[in-house]
Design a protein around this ligand. Structure first.
Ligand code: CUA
Length: 299
């Protein structure tokens, strides 16, 4: 879509520049030519009506505006009506990350992997507030709303990596609600989809956990330096006793961490808000094990 959006944008830009230059040049010329001189008497002779001039400056802008309207409407329709054979991916926005669900059940967080040369339709919704799905390289931006679906689509012609941003102010971590769109050759994409996205092969679990800490967006709310953020820091929590919002205490062990990842709102640590979304379905058992292994290393 980008070349079509840019062509229209450039048409408007260059038309504006041409008329800006004409108007400013004529203004400057007239200011100099008809400046007040000695002996003018201070009275401007009355200007007569000029039909030819008025028709010209009405007809030319009207034609230009009509061109922009029909051109823009065509591109708008194309941008808003996904082709019937498009590949559909479900997008969920929540404070403050993106998750993607594929037709075969595969899931991903913050990295949208798509095939090249094939239209992709995104069916989007939010679990909390309004977000906006924005990929500048593709010239697409669409609000993502709670309680209803919005749709956008694109077709990436070549493999590559593109930035994904949230373009609607959605809270304190809005500026960190970032992701990528990874475009793969169709064959590579099929392999990626088959394999799913557990990852971490040939890697010690704590290393893999450290990677997931960033790629699964744990880092938006949990720091590892001992200071509190939206959620508690991971540093030194393993094996400790913590007090919960309901007054009970619990030991931070493997089961508590697992429960906090899958059903975060059940046992909230005192002093924090129950804002963490569930990672049910977003992490495999292997990934949860790796995150636990990583937390254990943060002494
Ligand atoms: Cu989500 Cu800003």
């Amino acid at each position: 879509m980008a070349p079509e959006v840019d062509a229209l944008f450039n048409f408007i830009l260059y038309t504006s520049i041409v008329f800006f230059v004409i108007v400013v040049a004529l203004m400057t010329y007239f200011v100099v030519k008809y400046r007040r001189r000695e002996g003018d008497g201070g009275v401007t002779p009355g200007l007569a009506h000029n039909t030819a001039l008025e028709i010209t400056w009405t007809v030319i802008p009207t034609i230009l505006v009509i061109i922009v309207f029909f051109w823009g409407f065509r591109v708008f329709l194309k941008m808003h009506v996904p082709p019937k054979d498009a590949y559909e991916i479900k997008v969920t926005a929540q404070r403050w990350f993106w998750s993607f669900a594929y037709p075969n059940g595969a899931m991903a967080v913050n990295e949208l992997t798509v095939p090249s040369g094939r239209p992709v339709r995104l069916l989007m919704s939010s679990t909390d507030v309004i977000h906006s799905f924005y990929v500048p390289d593709f010239r697409i931006k669409m609000d993502v709303l709670p309680n209803r679906y919005t749709v956008t689509w694109f077709e990436a012609p070549n493999p590559g990596i593109h930035n994904l941003l949230c373009a609607e102010y959605c809270g304190t971590k809005h500026s960190q609600m970032l992701g990528t769109v990874k475009v793969l050759e169709q064959k590579e994409f099929a392999t990626w989809l088959e394999k799913g996205e557990s990852g971490g092969e040939g890697m010690p679990p704590e290393k893999f956990g450290e990677q997931l800490y960033t790629s699964k967006a744990c880092n938006t709310c949990h720091r590892t330096d001992g200071t509190a953020a939206t959620g508690p820091s991971f540093k030194g929590i393993f094996g400790e006793q913590v007090r919960l919002a309901d007054g009970q205490t619990v030991t931070v062990d493997e089961n508590y961490i697992r429960e906090s990842i899958l059903t975060p709102s059940v046992k909230i640590v005192a002093g924090y808000q129950p804002v963490m979304p569930t990672y049910q379905g977003l992490l495999t058992n292997k990934q949860i094990d790796a995150i636990i292994a990583y937390i254990k290393t943060l002494k």
